[in-house]
Design a protein around this ligand. Structure first.
Ligand SMILES: Nc1ncnc2c1ncn2[C@@H]1O[C@H](COP(=O)(O)OP(=O)(O)OP(=O)(O)O)[C@@H](O)[C@H]1O
Length: 334
């Protein structure tokens, strides 16, 4: 998506205080029959980008908005920020209409593309955004150092952003989205361009935001990341809501029973298979579970950091051919 960074947020009047009358509200974002039609210069209908969307995002949850390219995710975010007006229906954020710019004081926004100023350092960037929110000099100092530490950029905070890797840029973007200590954070593709370690760290940061009681709306094409962090998801296709629910419920495979046990002998496994057959069930597999590729990758990198120079050798059948004579003989066996 191509929305300006914190455009709506920065537009908010800087002297107004947040409206806290809705502190006990059970819904943070509510879209009611929300539709958006983009029209051309002559007012003719060009694209029906969103069709009668009804979703609710609740306080303290991480809500995922998923869908293929062009399904209406960015349009939804722009409508939530009040950067676009609905063709019909409504968006309420903190019980206020999305066109009410004051509500944006309580929103942090990480756009998909970074629009940060390349010649500023991380410190200067966050200080700049702190000024937009009218934070005092001492508030800015405290908040900037707290956020820099939170996103792990202490060692690089005096370097200009043009020298930053994609992962570092993403982190400073997240810190910028949090400068106003928002209650609601909109994250558009937060893990784009990050390696598995950066991705894991970003996911941990997002989970940390939920632990602090923040509400997070996350758009992503990285389905594994969504599965890892989101409590509930909505899946859009061609502007229509196709699925909505708790991740754990949506992904549960019905009519398959999973049992995890340790220390079973082969004889015990055979006995279990017999019991299942006796009860009319079918054994699909009795096997060792597999870890995820992310777990494998992170373990290898952490091991390598702990023991530089050692080469890990898998016990898998391809290991011998993958292992050349230069590997260390004890190899840090998997
Ligand atoms: N300003 C615009 N004018 C005309 N059509 C637009 C405009 N912005 C978006 N669209 C169209 O609206 C539809 C939804 O676009 P949107 O950007 O919301 O999708 P998205 O789900 O965010 O896609 P992506 O995953 O690629 O970011 C698409 O068909 C897109 O071409």
């Amino acid at each position: 998506m191509s929305t300006e960074p914190n455009a709506a947020v920065a537009d908010a009047p800087q002297t107004a205080t947040p409206d806290s009358a809705d502190a006990s509200s059970s819904v943070v974002i509510e879209t009611r029959n929300l539709s958006k039609i983009y029209r051309d210069f002559w007012g003719r209908k060009k694209v029906h980008a969103l069709k009668s969307l009804d979703i609710e995002v609740r306080p303290g949850e991480i809500f995922g908005l998923l869908g293929p390219n062009g399904s209406g995710k960015s349009t939804t975010i722009k409508l939530i920020l009040g950067l676009l007006f609905p063709t019909s229906g409504r968006v309420l954020v903190f019980d206020q209409d999305a066109s009410e710019t004051r509500k944006n004081e309580r929103i942090g926004y990480l756009p998909e593309e970074s629009y940060l100023y390349k010649f500023l350092t991380a410190d200067e960037t966050l200080d700049f955004y702190g000024r937009l929110f009218d934070l005092s000099a001492s508030e800015r100092r405290d908040r900037v150092s707290q956020l820099i530490e939170m996103v792990g950029l202490q060692g690089a905070k005096h370097r200009q952003l043009k020298e930053y890797s994609k992962g570092m840029t993403r982190r400073v973007g997240l810190a910028q989205a949090l400068i106003n200590d928002p209650d609601l954070i909109l994250l558009d593709e937060p893990t784009t361009g990050l390696d598995p370690i950066g991705t894991r760290e970003m996911k941990d940061l997002i989970l940390g935001l939920r632990d602090q009681g923040k509400t997070v709306l996350l758009c992503s094409h990285q389905l594994a990341d969504v599965q890892d962090v989101c409590d509930r998801v909505a899946i859009l296709h061609q502007g229509e809501l196709k699925e909505l629910g708790r991740v754990s419920d949506l992904l549960k495979v019905q009519d398959v029973t999973e049992v995890h046990a340790t220390g079973l002998s082969d004889a015990a496994k055979t006995e279990i298979a017999d019991v299942i057959a006796r009860h009319g069930g079918t054994v699909q597999s009795i096997d060792n579970p597999t870890a995820t590729m992310e777990d494998l990758f992170l373990n290898i990198v952490r091991e390598s950091e702990a023991r530089p120079g050692a080469r890990r050798v898998s016990q898998g059948s391809d290991a011998a051919s993958a292992n050349d004579g230069s590997s260390d003989s004890d190899g840090g066996q998997a």
